[in-house]
Design a protein around this ligand. Structure first.
Ligand code: MOS
Length: 742
């Protein structure tokens, strides 16, 4: 089961020069003439009704064009959206009534000539409320709790075998613990923002920082009752997203409403503070893991009960149990229960590996605890319970190479030198701890289409309404286009980020490389077919009169007979003889082929070393090794960066990140980068990334399963497990701040 050559060339980013020279234009950097600026007024209560809005002073302030409230805002329709049609961030339209559902909700919007004028005028708006008692935590919202059946079409309440009787079997080793993760907030460098410009009543141009241009397009068309093609959304570069730009949030609708109401283009660019209420966050979680295993480490039962929050204006489930315990280990009895509590706090959303990330924290810490009870090596415990088949779907996993990941990770890390007992390893005065965890993330398949134009000079242009969130997608798609079309890398241009292009799905669920890669594969076949048509009809071609089905690309730049590749013709000769400057083809948007006989999932092994000064127990991560099995790796360099980024974010989750709320108002009190602590360079050690496995051609013709999210999974558990190994202290509530180790 050796690793085959899965690494694509480590190309540097094709958009790198544009970015480092400042020529890459992000959504709100587009210059739209006569643009005005929006600044919101936010509710400072968590629940209640607006009784009055006094905007006289604000209206009289310099530069003010309009103040929108629920009393005068343009009425728009409630768009339903869908996975292919846009994801509404909230079920309620902004400024649609006098209700307040959470602190930070937009209750008015000032539009002025300059951003300073808008901000100043917003400070003058006086809003009166009839406050009601808000629900701010799980205990408050107990009576409103729901157990959703499904999340994105996947079951979230799972039952397999007889969990209860296994848990009562006294011959088994049993463990039960509860783990907590706090609210975490995405903090991309580029804050969300939208410019909306009406062209008459029926056409709308939008520049938006988004993971889903087609979704924004469709939701705006639905909301404002426009023809879809009359809404144009542009988003060529995105400065990080992590999930917070996947849904269409109220500010996008408000920008378009304000532009309509003022008759000017309007820019609504969120300041950092509003990123904590206006574009989602990761819900806090409470997860209780109960497991029973034989004395030689065979799991007999796992129960994973997870509790998470949502808001009154959204349905969101952070599916912790189903997306970890539901699929990670072979076990005869599995039970997953997920409960969602609606509270009067701003709406949560997907954040890098929603479900898997907190889910693997709880499960992988519990397994570590079990390893000490069993006196068994943590890697050995996982190997003992390795799942060849999906444990709750009971079909084999495709191209799963997790055992190799453990093995290579252990080797690179030097795991065999680990002291089995905790609190035994030292480096001078420092306590040293080694911990590990499993990483996992599903391979999601969505639908996309692409357009390819081949020019007589041998260059090609490929277009799809997909996205590059800073991940390297431009580069990976250029590489895939080059390989699939058979055109040199330097001669391919790949364009994305425009709703005018053929459909691209949300850049979420780590699906883009595989999904758009498949669309590129399909459009390449169409292009070769179009070239074949020309050659077959051309008496000067060596393919003249051939059957189209017998012809395919035989080497880059040439089509020829599949069974006799010596008979071939070059793209440029075919076009030249046909007297064409270029030919263009576009693939059709279809439903993705589903293979129900296999389960598609990516895997990895995370190994972490920490060092801790016992007198001031601040955790320093000093080494990290991540070994990933994600199918074929299109670009070794950008793929490595994706995994490193995930690990960095996981270290932040483990040690520093927490959005704290005022317990009275439900308003975030850490709504800036000074109080919300993301890791800096000084917090991050060298991160070693390796890839194992084989191309997963059962999944798609590119063989790639996607890498955006898996890097964060298991990471926080590996850190927490290392902290226990160093200190003998088990911290079950993140982040692991020094006070918890005193
Ligand atoms: Mo990712 S959290 O699916 O954008």
């Amino acid at each position: 089961m050796a690793t085959t050559n899965i690494l694509g060339p480590a190309r540097s980013r094709v958009d790198g020069p544009l970015k480092v020279t400042g020529r890459a234009k992000y959504a709100v950097e587009f210059v739209v003439p006569q643009c005005s600026y929006a600044w919101p007024v936010e509710s400072n209560i968590a629940k209640g009704k607006i009784t009055a809005i006094d905007s006289k002073a604000a209206q009289a302030a310099p530069g003010v064009l309009k103040i929108l409230t629920h009393e005068n805002a343009p009425k728009i329709k409630k768009a339903s959206g869908g996975m292919m049609k846009g994801i509404p961030g909230e079920q309620r339209n902004p400024l649609s009534d006098d209700e307040v559902y959470y602190a930070g909700q937009y209750v008015a919007l000032v539009v002025a000539r300059t951003i300073e004028q808008a901000r100043y005028a917003a400070s003058l708006v006086r809003v009166s409320y009839a406050p009601e008692e808000p629900l701010l935590n799980m205990e408050d919202a107990e009576h409103k709790a729901k157990k959703p059946k499904k999340n994105n079409d996947e079951h979230v309440q799972l039952t397999k075998g007889d969990v209860e009787s296994a848990l009562q079997n006294h011959d088994l080793v049993r463990l039960e613990q509860t783990y907590y993760t706090p609210t975490e907030t995405h903090n991309p460098i580029e804050m969300s923002g939208t410019i909306a410009q009406w062209d008459g009543d029926k056409k709308l141009n939008v520049w938006d920082a988004t993971q889903f241009v087609k979704g924004v397009q469709n939701l705006l068309a639905e909301s404002f009752d426009l023809e879809v093609e009359n809404v144009r959304v542009v988003s060529p570069f995105v400065g990080g997203a992590f999930g917070c730009k996947g849904a269409t949030w109220p500010h996008v609708l408000l920008a378009a409403m304000a532009a309509k109401a003022t008759g000017t283009p309007v820019k609504f660019h969120l300041p950092r503070k509003l990123m904590f209420t206006g574009t989602g966050h990761r819900t806090p979680t409470r997860q209780t893991l109960t497991m029973a295993a034989t004395t030689d480490g065979k799991l007999q039962a796992i129960r994973h009960v997870s509790d998470t929050l949502t808001s009154p204006v959204a349905e969101f489930t952070e599916s912790c149990g189903a997306r970890s315990t539901g699929l990670m280990y072979a076990c005869p009895a599995i039970r997953v229960e997920e409960t969602v509590f609606p509270v009067n706090i701003a709406t949560p959303t997907f954040m890098r590996a929603p479900g898997e990330c907190p889910g693997t924290f709880a499960l992988e810490c519990a397994l570590d605890e079990l390893s000490y009870l069993l006196q068994m090596d943590p890697v050995q415990l996982r190997l003992t319970n390795h799942a060849d088949n999906h444990p709750t779907k009971d079909v084999p996993f495709s191209a799963k190479h997790l055992k190799e990941a453990y093995q290579l990770g252990a080797e690179k890390f030097g795991w065999s030198k680990r002291e089995a007992m905790h609190s035994k390893m030292r480096d001078g005065n420092l306590l040293v701890g080694w911990g590990m965890a499993t990483a996992t993330y599903p391979a999601h398949k969505m639908s996309a289409a692409a357009k390819a134009t081949l020019r007589a000079d041998g260059s090609a242009l490929v277009q799809c309404a997909t996205h590059d969130l800073g991940t390297g997608a431009y580069t990976a798609f250029t590489q895939i286009s080059s390989e699939q079309l058979g055109v040199p890398f330097e001669k391919v241009t790949f364009e994305l980020g425009k709703s005018d292009f053929p459909f691209g799905p949300v850049a979420g669920g780590s699906n883009s490389t595989g999904t758009v890669g498949t669309a590129i594969h399909e459009v390449a076949l169409l292009l070769h077919g179009a070239l074949a048509d020309l050659a077959i009809a051309d008496s000067k071609s060596s393919l003249h009169g051939a059957k189209k089905d017998d012809i395919a690309m035989v080497v880059p730049g040439r089509i020829g007979f599949k069974n006799d590749s010596a008979k071939s013709d070059s793209y440029t000769d075919i076009l030249r003889r046909a007297g064409k400057d270029a030919i263009a083809v576009e693939s059709k948007l279809g439903a993705p082929e589903e293979n129900k006989k296999l389960a598609f999932q990516s895997w990895g092994a995370q190994f972490c070393e920490v060092k801790i000064d016992p007198l001031l127990p601040r955790v320093q991560v000093t080494r990290f090794v991540s070994v990933i099995n994600g199918g074929r790796i299109v670009n070794e360099k950008t793929a490595r960066s994706q995994i490193m980024g995930g690990v960095v974010m996981g270290i932040g989750m483990a040690l520093t990140e927490e959005t704290a709320y005022d317990p009275k108002t439900g308003m975030p009190v850490t709504a800036n980068l000074a109080d919300y602590h993301v890791p800096t360079n000084a917090d991050i050690p060298p991160i070693e990334v390796h890839f194992v496995g084989e191309p997963d051609f059962a999944f798609n013709p590119i063989g790639a399963r996607g890498l955006g999210e898996i890097g964060i999974t298991g990471t926080a558990a590996a850190v927490a497990n290392a902290v226990y190994h160093a200190t003998g202290k088990r911290v079950r509530d993140l982040p692991i701040t020094p006070d918890k180790l005193m």
